[in-house]
Design a protein around this ligand. Sequence first.
Ligand code: FES
Length: 107
Amino acid sequence: MEKVVERIRIATLSELPRNLGKTVSVGPYEIALFHLGNGEIRAIENRCPHKGGVLAEGIISGEHVFCPMHDWKINVSDGNVQAPDTGCVKTFEVEVDRDEVFIILNP
Ligand code: FES
């Protein structure tokens, strides 16, 4: 059966200051959206796998976000928690078309 891919507009680039996170809700997901210092956009599940910290409120450094609750370091590209901690968060595909930012959902 063919998969239905959803492309959902979630923000404009001008709404996303660099190195700050933003919380967006898309269907059943709460997503942390990040505009990195290098200009790339990343989207991950907005819930830390440790105790549920809101990752969009974390500090961004390069390709990582530090959870605001207990400082776990999570890669915003692959979703992996960095050692010595372990775990991962779901990542979402992002597309940027001129000033518009889309999330791609593959059910
Ligand atoms: S809830 Fe994120 S590090 Fe504890």
